[in-house]
Write a protein that binds this ligand. Structure first.
Ligand code: AMP
Ligand code: MG
Length: 311
């Protein structure tokens, strides 16, 4: 890959974690596996380090980043956690749930992390490598998905290198991500109301139908995202020979999300199949119907955005 940086591949051992921590301390960028997708990590308390994330991804500056914390003490230093936020954290952290909560004035977070919003998105991830890294540094870590902005999220170190090789300092290779779709994002509003900003692996009852917020609060809300660079057809009942087919259950494909119809397995394989479809010589991608239940809601959400052409 041509680029400004010789991107190192770090092994998933003590040496790799130490090196990743050293790069972060120096304000560098390391792609790190989480249980959802690979994140592009930088120290969240340093404006220049955070600016490098936006630059490497080509991410619009209005699109805020998720801040990853190691424990509740760190979370409470950064944000105001209402009883509702505390309860959600107790139930789902470490795990694939991001909470949007009021940022504390003295949080010490770089302003670019929250794109000027009075709120911050916090998550305590559940992946041994990311947790080991968070334990080794004394600052919170900003980490959006480790891909060029708008394109398919990475679920392996190779996906990261194909997209950001030469643009970042290192990738910590932890194999394939277990869950495969990005975290559920929930905003905890005044008076404890909850609003789902992005569906994901954690399903939460809010007591109300999901209502889209005003304006773009989560880029997962952008109509076009996760783009494979060619037309995508959803709920395909029939396929043509020059379709790259993504199958599910009884419908086989060039890549199959889950032959047994298991939605968790399908989520874990979603981006790998989209990457294969993007790289294929076939000019179009056709995707089997996916049931709109459980994590299937998040899979269909990502597929709809992959199928929406960029402006
Ligand atoms: P990514 O890590 O690339 O999947 O993107 C992070 C997601 O978190 C995006 O959808 C952001 O818009 C969302 N996000 C981060 N901070 C906030 C915030 N303060 N309020 C609402 N959404 C946020
Ligand atoms: Mg992303």
């Amino acid at each position: 890959m041509v680029g400004k940086y010789a991107t190192e591949t770090l092994l998933a051992d003590k040496g790799g974690i130490d090196r990743a921590a050293a790069i972060l301390r120096d304000g560098g960028l390391v792609a790190v596996p989480t249980e959802t997708v690979y994140g592009l990590a930088a120290r969240a308390d340093d404006d220049r380090a955070v600016a490098r994330i936006y630059e490497a991804k080509g991410r619009p500056s209005f699109n805020p980043l998720i801040v990853h914390v190691r424990d509740m003490k760190q979370a409470r230093r950064l944000a105001q956690l209402t009883p509702e936020a505390e309860a959600l954290a107790a139930a789902h952290w470490p795990g694939s749930l991001t909470l949007v909560v009021p940022r504390k004035a003295d949080s010490g977070l770089a302003d670019a992390v929250t794109a000027g919003l009075p709120t911050v998105a916090l998550r305590m991830p559940d992946h041994p490598l990311m947790r080991a890294l968070l334990a080794e540094v004394d600052f919170p870590v900003a980490a959006p998905s480790a891909n060029r902005s708008g394109f398919i999220s990475p679920t392996s170190a190779n996906h990261v290198l194909a997209s950001l090789g030469g643009r970042i300092d290192a990738v910590l290779d932890g194999g394939e991500c277990r869950s495969g779709v990005e975290s559920t994002i929930v905003a905890v509003r005044e008076f404890g109301q909850l609003e789902i900003l992005r569906p994901g692996p954690v399903t939460i009852a809010t007591g109300q139908a999901p209502v889209p917020g005003d304006g773009i609060e989560a880029p997962g809300q952008l109509a076009s995202h996760y783009a494979p660079g060619k037309p995508v057809r959803l709920n395909a009942a029939e396929v043509a020979p020059d379709d790259f087919t993504i199958g599910f259950g009884a419908m086989p494909g060039d890549c199959t999300l889950s032959a047994s119809g298991d939605l968790e397995e399908a989520a874990a394989r979603l981006y790998a199949c989209l990457h294969l479809g993007a790289a294929s010589e076939k000019p179009r991608i056709a995707v089997a119907p996916i049931p709109e239940e459980g994590i299937g809601v998040a899979i269909n959400d990502r597929l709809r955005r992959a199928a929406t052409p960029p402006d």
